[in-house]
Ligand binder design. Structure first.
Ligand SMILES: Cc1cc2nc3c(=O)[nH]c(=O)nc-3n(C[C@H](O)[C@H](O)[C@H](O)COP(=O)(O)OP(=O)(O)OC[C@H]3O[C@@H](n4cnc5c(N)ncnc54)[C@H](O)[C@@H]3O)c2cc1C
Length: 289
């Protein structure tokens, strides 16, 4: 339970942090909320030689709408999402997600940027960001680049972020009117990681026909899964019980869970089917509200 020794830096600016990452190469790691990294260091699954603590970069802590996007700074805490009037009034799917992560103590420190950058398929925000069609802004020595969330998660604990890059912002296209979303999570007890989680976001036109659908799955594969076949079957159709059942069946087929302490794979597949139904029903209700 004692981490390997490391050198600690606390930069004041993004460019200073990027310069430190470059100077110390592969041995350096960013420390954000520390709620995943510190436990991994304690059991020595992570052994960084240099920790670059970005907690003084308070200019990366914001939630705002700008230029057609909801922009969330990389250092925004889960607790900031929960208390944001913008999130509470316009983005209930994000509120659903944040409120189900761990417990209030963890959420006071854990960051949205860290939740995505960690690349853990058990984390909750990735599925929601997949459903919302988000983009990740990575800032490195060469400036900023934009990574679509669908190409961000490469394998377990591996993302498209390159060494020397900081996840500085998450951008979500502001959903048009007639949109709604929801996140459902099955957990063994409050505060646990998901046995299964499903995020769904839909946009309906005036006649109830689905114009866009996004579905993301948590903890049923090596990476968070974008259930593209389930999304595809909804677009252009009126969302009713039959369409929802078909989409839920396809989402279950797209899941690739393993059996573990949280349950056998067959059970998790059934739960994907059920939670996809629930998430789509609630997303549709919220879309017409
Ligand atoms: C008891 C407990 C229960 C939890 N339950 C859940 C849960 O139910 N659902 C859930 O989603 N999460 C859960 N978590 C994880 C928590 O949400 C983490 O905080 C989150 O996954 C990582 O965010 P962080 O800011 O703490 O990142 P850190 O732990 O500081 O960093 C994690 C990794 O991401 C990298 N990193 C962090 N920020 C950046 C950045 N801006 N740019 C580039 N790389 C970066 C770090 O170098 C490190 O490799 C739980 C944690 C604990 C301790």
């Amino acid at each position: 339970m004692i981490p390997q020794s490391f050198e600690y830096f606390r930069p004041e600016t993004v460019s200073e942090a990027i310069a430190l990452l470059k100077e110390h190469g592969d041995g350096a790691k960013i420390l954000s909320g520390g709620q995943s990294l510190i436990p991994m260091m304690k059991i020595r699954l992570a052994r960084p030689e240099y920790l670059i603590d970005i907690n003084r970069l308070s200019n990366l802590q914001y939630i705002k709408e700008e230029g057609g996007f909801l922009k969330i700074g990389g250092l925004t805490r889960e607790a900031d999402l929960e208390t944001s009037s913008l999130i509470r009034s316009k983005y209930p799917i994000i509120l659903d997600t944040a409120a189900m992560i761990a417990d209030p103590q963890v959420r006071n420190l854990a960051t949205v940027g860290g939740n995505l950058a960690h690349g853990d398929p058990a984390n909750d925000h990735p599925a929601t960001m997949l459903a919302l069609g988000a983009e990740v802004i990575a800032t490195g020595q060469g400036g900023e680049r934009t990574i679509p969330i669908a190409g961000f998660f490469l394998s377990v604990f591996t993302t498209a972020l390159e060494h020397g890059e900081i996840l500085t912002e998450i951008r979500i296209p502001i959903p048009p009117s007639g949109s709604g979303g929801a996140y459902f999570k099955l957990e063994r007890k409050v505060g646990d990681f998901a046995t299964v989680g499903v995020a769904a976001q839909v946009t309906l036109d005036g006649s109830g026909v689905c114009r866009r659908a996004g579905i993301g799955l948590t903890n049923v594969g090596a990476t968070p899964i974008k259930a593209v076949r389930a999304e595809g079957i909804l677009v252009g159709k009126t969302i009713d019980e039959r369409q929802i059942s078909q989409a839920a069946q396809l989402a279950a087929e797209e899941a690739e869970p393993s059996s573990d302490l949280r349950g056998p794979a067959e059970y998790k597949v059934s739960m994907v089917r059920e939670l996809t139904k629930r998430a789509l029903v609630r997303a549709s209700e919220r879309a017409v509200r």
